[in-house]
Design a protein around this ligand. Sequence first.
Ligand code: ADP
Length: 162
Amino acid sequence: MKIGVYPGSFDPFTVGHLDVLKNAAPLFDKLYVAVLYNVSKSASFSVADRVTMIENVIRAEGLDNVVSGTFDGLLVEYARSIGARYIIRGLRATSDFEYEFQIDAINRHLNDGIQTVYFMANPAHSFLSSSNVKEIGSYGGDLHGLVPEYNLNFIRERLARQ
Ligand code: ADP
């Protein structure tokens, strides 16, 4: 069985994340979308809220082979624990590349049996990040087209409370 893991903060999950997920899902028997909860990285959405948004995506998009997950600590350890031999990441700009290049070297050092597969961002969403969404949302700006429609109200409500 070919198992992959798409890890990230997903704080919140955007249509850019969705592009990557839709492209990656058909390549695997099972693909985990795993929320990293990292004490050193402050998140705006709780882990439970981020998982809820991912589960809405899985249901609404009919991604039957995709499941949500959470992890902290080393990604390669999490991947090993779920039997994943492939990590999925998205690349938007050269700055993403620099970062991913370093992380890949470290992950290979830790476990060279796990390969990372990269998807180039959809050009229409190459500017899009969770940080943009939070900034726009916190000022009451229009989030249409930046996050999946079915998560729009959930995200608006959560950001309004902050
Ligand atoms: P992390 O903190 O691990 O980078 P993110 O939630 O910011 O978590 O991103 C998760 C993954 O999705 C990363 O590989 C990132 O490059 C990718 N990604 C984020 N936004 C986009 C986008 N607009 N298009 C394509 N890939 C994206």
